[in-house]
Design a protein around this ligand. Structure first.
Ligand code: ADP
Length: 250
């Protein structure tokens, strides 16, 4: 069945988006009229100096926050003013988040950490287990799924966080400084996984970063300054960090 969600419209359509924090003289205008289209299957980087509005935009795109003015359509549907209950439901189903700080639950195995959000979403057990195995395999950690979080490296923990984020089958992955706490080699591995998820699954990926090296792994670079998009262009010298398949996991 053709619904607006499956039509040719961009996955993300943002128009004249504004976000103001506070009132009166103390008000901060974090976004000042952002226009942005992101097609399904794109991998974009959002770059800009500290305080330019990147996180604010990311939070609105992730339905964690709402604009003060302007519109946001996700999959053809206007979500600018939906209620928090509906936003949570939509977020759980369609949007994956990966942040700099890796929050795994220390007393659960890696596999249980990946499974937990799907348990909360009341997905049937066989489907959950299938998704746990598939997503851990995608990040190359299927052999250590019974380990505890304190038995893995920071890079491996971030890969588990990615598996957990994508296991429910979202169509948008939002990553805020996902390699910020990692050394360069673990960071490259994470970027390679994003590229693989983007290419193999057609997952739309948006990475917020202040690091030009990280941004060069995207197909398209959007620069934000003072709450506005000041540049939007293809990445000419894109870096590919895709992992070799079947690489053994220590
Ligand atoms: P970036 O992610 O690019 O560093 P942010 O989106 O975090 O930028 O912030 C944009 C602007 O909005 C900054 O001036 C910041 O101080 C302000 N800001 C962000 N969040 C809040 C908030 N909850 N309350 C008040 N001001 C905020």
């Amino acid at each position: 069945m053709q619904t607006p969600e499956h039509g040719a419209s961009p996955l993300i359509e943002v128009r004249k988006l504004e976000r103001r924090y506070g009132q009166g003289e103390a008000a901060v205008q974090a976004l000042r009229g952002v226009d942005l289209d992101v097609q399904r299957g794109e991998m974009i980087a959002l770059m800009g100096p500290s305080g330019s509005g990147k996180s604010t935009l990311m939070h609105i795109l992730g339905l964690l926050d709402r604009p003060s003015a302007g519109s946001y359509r996700l999959g053809g549907r206007d979500v600018s003013r939906i209620g928090s209950h509906e936003a949570a439901e939509l977020r759980g189903r369609r949007i994956a988040f990966v942040f700099q700080g890796i929050h795994l639950i220390p007393r659960l195995t890696l596999a249980k950490n990946v499974e937990l959000p799907m348990l909360y979403a009341r997905m049937p057990a066989p489907e959950r287990r299938k998704r746990v195995s598939e997503s851990l395999a995608r990040v190359g950690l299927e052999q250590i799924e019974r380990r505890m979080p304190n038995q893995v490296s920071g890079g491996q923990a971030q890969r588990v966080a990615i598996a957990r984020a994508v296991a429910p089958g979202p169509d948008l992955l939002l990553a805020d400084e996902p390699t910020g706490a990692l050394d360069r080699s673990a960071g490259r591995e994470v970027l390679g996984i994003f590229q693989e998820l983007n290419q193999a699954l057609g997952l739309t990926v948006a990475v917020v970063t202040h690091d030009p090296f990280v941004a060069r792994h995207a197909q398209r670079l959007i620069e934000i300054e003072d709450g506005r998009v000041v540049s939007d262009r293809p990445v000419e010298d894109r870096l590919l960090a895709t992992r070799a398949c079947g690489e053994p996991t220590p």
